[in-house]
Design a protein around this ligand. Structure first.
Ligand SMILES: N[C@@H](CCC(=O)N[C@@H](CS)C(=O)NCC(=O)O)C(=O)O
Length: 217
């Protein structure tokens, strides 16, 4: 039995709650029904934190004496522990792996500057915004027919779907999928999974609990 501990921030302000990336790991762990503990790290990014996550970010996962950062790497590791997260045949593994990279390296690469601009309320009548918006629209234009033709990216539900739907979920939150109905339906399908609901509720409860501790200190 693996010995899994997920580390995330001890507290974040309300806006990012429900979107902190430990949710991707919680979701995968819930899908596979793998038992795990949650540990907390403060935001001050001391040497112990940097030893696990060199950018001072969260999450990271330990499995015994193995410590893994980057949600893509963590989910690929978990994929090896359960066929609920990654098929066991070579084709299924290869399909899952390529879509994991596509989610992070092709889609999130375009969606992150777009969502950060939206979040910051940057003006949208600039050449810089048009570049960012066109870049994301190009990715969505190519993803749309893929998702119109299949329920999940690599055949059965996999870690690739956790990553891709979580990336698109942020865009959807800013109404960026209005012209991409298949992408939108895919996000709704993924969010409808009980394991997503549990992971989301657990993350919200984690930070709500931290509010109480802070207000008592
Ligand atoms: N590529 C990293 C990104 C991790 C990331 O952006 N984590 C955010 C929380 S969702 C964070 O720690 N932000 C604080 C910071 O960047 O200092 C991954 O997927 O694990």
């Amino acid at each position: 039995m693996p010995d899994l501990t997920l580390t995330t921030f001890d507290w974040v302000p309300p806006p990012p709650r429900g979107f902190v990336r430990d949710l991707r790991v919680r979701w995968a762990l819930e899908e596979a029904a793998l038992p795990y503990r949650v540990a907390r790290v403060s935001g001050d990014k001391g040497p112990a934190h940097l030893a696990h996550q060199p950018f001072g970010q969260v999450p990271w996962l330990t499995d015994g004496d193995l410590s893994i950062f980057e949600t893509g790497a963590i989910l690929l590791h978990l994929g090896q522990l359960s066929t609920k997260l990654m098929p066991s045949d070579p084709r299924g593994r290869s399909d899952t792996t390529e879509w994991v990279f596509a989610a992070l390296n092709s889609v999130e690469m375009a969606s992150l500057p777009w969502s950060m601009s939206q979040f910051m309320g940057h003006p949208t009548d600039t050449a810089a915004w048009k570049f960012v918006d066109d870049f994301l629209k190009l990715r969505l234009k190519h993803l749309e027919p893929v998702l119109a033709g299949r329920e999940w990216l690599a055949g059965s539900f996999s870690v690739a779907d956790i990553l891709m739907s979580d990336v698109l979920r942020v865009v959807d939150g800013f109404d960026g999928l209005a012209d991409s109905p298949a992408c939108r339906a895919y996000v709704a399908r993924a969010k409808g999974r009980p394991a997503f609901a549990k992971a989301h509720a657990d993350q919200m409860a984690h930070f709500a609990e931290a509010d109480k501790t802070r207000s008592n200190s």
